[in-house]
Design a protein around this ligand. Structure first.
Ligand code: PEP
Length: 236
């Protein structure tokens, strides 16, 4: 199985900083860099892949501030993150809007990194599996072809906190996600990334989990040395 490293740069870097970052980057098609939209053009058509951090579901029109999957594809972007917890918590994305975005992204031939994950409260209430199942079923409603879908399992309580589940917990949850796909999509073996406080120190351990297809990295991806170390371990 070809593994994946996706870097979510979030809303970081000034123009001068991003120019310096781009100069130092290199990679493979399985390294996906997701910069802020205004810098996307600097990351396309390189020896790595380029993704957006979101994509609106209408192709064009009076939607001030939004960027569509059609526009992203036309620029040479080939992936999009959808359903990130920050979009859900800060910008009102729901499983229903994420579903529309997934359908539009697939229609426009983008690969989708669909983020799912439970809050701390849901985890403490033993609701993790129910939440993940609901997210998968609703975000992928009326989606029959899932070849271009990658799941990023990101426990929300782990994002940016330095606290991560045990390897056994990650394995069990990813097995569960794979089981859901097997039953919904005729034994389709979906790729599942782990995301949440991945860094250059814990990557060896996370990468050793047998069913992890790669990682989605936030904070550590801002540092070239750290992301290179992570790439070196996962994409070797
Ligand atoms: C993320 O926000 O997708 C993420 C994984 O962030 P971090 O690596 O900083 O926890």
């Amino acid at each position: 199985m070809e593994k994946i490293v996706a870097a979510n740069l979030k809303m970081n870097f000034t123009y001068d900083e991003v120019k310096e970052y781009v100069e130092k980057l290199d990679g493979s098609k399985n390294f996906i860099v997701c910069p802020p939209n205004i810098y996307l053009h600097m990351f396309v058509n390189k020896n790595y892949s380029c993704g957006s951090q979101d994509a609106y579901y209408e192709d064009k029109g009076a939607f001030t501030g939004e960027v569509s999957s059609l526009q992203l594809k036309s620029l040479g972007v080939n992936y999009t993150i959808l359903g990130h917890s920050e979009r859900r918590q800060l910008f009102g994305d729901t499983n229903c809007t994420v579903n529309k975005k997934v359908i539009s992204a697939l229609k426009n031939n983008l690969n989708v990194i669909l983020c799912i994950g439970e809050t701390k409260e849901e985890r403490d209430n033993n609701e993790t599996k129910d939440v993940l199942k609901e997210q998968i079923e609703n975000c992928l409603k009326n989606v029959s072809n899932v070849e271009k879908i990658i799941i990023a399992y990101e426990p929300i309580w782990s994002i940016g906190t330095g606290v991560i589940p045990t390897n056994d917990e990650i394995k069990e949850t990813i097995d569960y996600i794979k089981d859901i796909f097997n039953s919904l999509y005729n034994n389709h073996d979906v790729k599942v990334l782990y995301g949440g406080s991945v860094n250059e120190k814990n990557i060896d351990s996370i990468n050793s989990i047998e069913n992890v297809s790669g990682v989605l990295v936030g904070g550590a991806s801002l540092d070239i040395d750290k992301i290179n170390k992570i790439k070196g371990v996962v994409l070797k």
